[in-house]
Write a protein that binds this ligand. Structure first.
Ligand SMILES: [Zn+2]
Ligand SMILES: [Zn+2]
Ligand SMILES: [Zn+2]
Length: 149
């Protein structure tokens, strides 16, 4: 079985294990998430689902995403001012978003270990490493900025 097939089996058994019904629409959303190359908004997910199953409505996709979040199958993140994006919970990582060019970089969540410890110790605060992006300027934009001076 390829990597995608394994991910899909894990999702299917999570749904069944929670005593939820596995509908064709849920399976299709799961297939789309597993095959997704990166971050997809709910609208993009809906379009990809409808490519496979035209009769699935956007509200059905939203409901399925909510259920998948409750079951910790997916997480969403906010990369900029636009719509939230979704990916599988197994691939959680940190996000850096450049405020100038809008590029988003995925970084290992372990980069937040030191900050997480410090915030916990100082403020008793537990960091969520993936929900919102850290914003700033990417290397490319910084060097363009330097060239202008
Ligand atoms: Zn959110
Ligand atoms: Zn991400
Ligand atoms: Zn940039």
């Amino acid at each position: 079985m390829d990597e995608h097939g394994e991910d899909l089996e894990v999702i299917v058994s999570t749904i069944r294990g929670a005593g939820k019904r596995l509908t064709t629409a849920k399976r299709t959303v799961a297939e789309v998430l597993v095959a997704a190359p990166g971050h997809l908004t709910a609208d993009e997910l809906t379009r990809a689902v409808q490519d496979r199953q035209p009769d699935v409505s956007p509200s059905t996709v939203y409901r399925i995403l909510e259920e998948f979040e409750e079951l910790s199958i997916v997480v969403h993140a906010h990369l900029d001012q636009h719509a939230a994006v979704y990916h599988l919970a197994g691939t959680v990582h940190g996000h850096l978003t450049c405020e100038e060019c809008g590029a988003t970089f995925e970084i290992p969540a372990s980069h937040f270990d030191a900050l997480d410890k410090d915030l916990q110790r100082t403020f008793g605060f537990a960091l969520n490493r993936h929900h919102t992006a850290i914003t700033g300027a990417c290397a490319r934009c910084q060097s363009l900025r330097r060239q202008r001076h």
